[in-house]
Design a protein around this ligand. Structure first.
Ligand SMILES: Cc1cc2nc3c(=O)[nH]c(=O)nc-3n(C[C@H](O)[C@H](O)[C@H](O)COP(=O)(O)O)c2cc1C
Length: 322
């Protein structure tokens, strides 16, 4: 059973991935989705890389999620990621419902309408990877509730030679509403012959993870938002799966250490004020549910000065680290 950390635009950057790696338990860690076109164009124009690739070159085994609708562009990007960035895997995005990606760029979940096009893209990317790294595709159940076609799409992905398919159990038009439909995810399993099926959607706690693992025939689970609040959730789940004692929730003082580490990791890429802006988003998730967290979130959202920021954190978490 594999545990995957989900691609999340605006969140799963270098620092977040390294934090997850340090806390342990995730078998596969994905980047934010990276535009293949922006890579190719930026490099042509100015010999630069999209900032979302920051850190990837030095990271062990990281899976880069890529998006576009042009097989040529995706093929070119894949070759570079495999041969120059030495990535651990490639995941193709066929699930993003955001207007900018799906409507304007006819990519992401837009392509779910065309299983054949998805098959063409996957086979070109698989060929470009030359068997050196695994290729997966991440999909939703379909575009709308009336056009659920995840089985067709998953079969096209399998026939095209991918190693696995990750399924978020909602349609694109549902965005994040309602509950992920794990029965629909499970119905894909008997229709696959060779590739792995990873289920995704609404795993917020260790209990949720075990419920999905025990009740649905998946080869792995992917966790997104649940790990924004609890990046240590992977270590807890993997402990249960290995029959080890579950590491407890961090104390306030341990959480303070985690936040400090997160800041240091962000600082490798960003200047102090930008690092604080990014960290702020994560800290809001970390403290959600704690007493008086609303006032605290208001207070930290008004500063991007590291000293003030950490004073507020020390105060709230009742521990001195700076
Ligand atoms: C802020 C945010 C950004 C996301 N960005 C991506 C992305 O870049 N690529 C992708 O395939 N899915 C993206 N997703 C979807 C997640 O990977 C995941 O499929 C979804 O959140 C459901 O899983 P969860 O309930 O565990 O969060 C994003 C989700 C969120 C909340």
């Amino acid at each position: 059973m594999k545990i995957l950390s989900a691609p999340m635009a605006g969140f799963s950057n270098y620092a977040y991935r390294e934090l997850i790696r340090t806390l342990g338990g995730a078998d596969i860690i994905e980047t934010e989705m990276v535009s293949a076109r922006s890579f190719v164009e930026l490099e042509l124009r100015s010999n630069e890389y999209p900032s979302r690739l920051w850190g990837v070159q030095d990271e062990p085994n990281v899976v880069v999620q890529i998006w576009d609708n042009s097989p040529d562009t995706l093929e070119e990007f894949t070759k570079r990621l495999v041969n120059d960035f030495h990535v651990g895997g490639i995941d193709l995005n066929f699930g993003c419902p955001a207007r900018q990606i799906a409507d304007k760029s006819e990519s992401g979940s837009y392509l779910l309408k065309f299983p054949n096009r998805i098959g063409d893209i996957v086979s070109r990317v698989v060929a470009a990877a030359e068997g050196k790294i695994p290729v997966t595709a991440k999909i939703r159940l379909g575009c709308t509730i009336d056009s659920i076609n995840a089985i067709d799409v998953a079969q096209a992905i399998e026939s095209a030679g991918a190693n696995g398919v990750i399924v978020h159990g909602r349609t694109a038009s549902e965005m994040y509403r309602g509950n992920a439909n794990w029965e629909a995810i499970a119905s894909i399993k008997p229709k696959l012959r060779r590739i792995k099926l990873y289920g995704n959607g609404d795993i917020k706690t260790v209990k949720d993870a075990l419920e999905k693992i025990r009740n649905y025939p998946v080869d792995g689970i992917m966790i997104g938002r649940g790990a924004l609040s609890k990046p240590w959730i992977f270590s807890q789940i993997s402990a249960v799966l290995d029959n080890r004692e579950i590491p407890p929730e961090p104390t306030d003082s341990e959480l303070n250490h985690i936040i400090k580490l997160h800041y240091e990791l962000l600082r490798k890429q960003l200047l102090p004020q930008s690092a604080i802006l990014q960290l702020r988003k994560h800290v809001c998730y970390y403290v959600a549910g704690k007493t008086e967290s609303r006032q605290f979130r208001n207070a930290i959202s008004q500063t991007n000065n590291p000293i003030d920021f950490f004073n507020l954190i020390n105060n709230f978490l009742n521990s001195e680290l700076l």
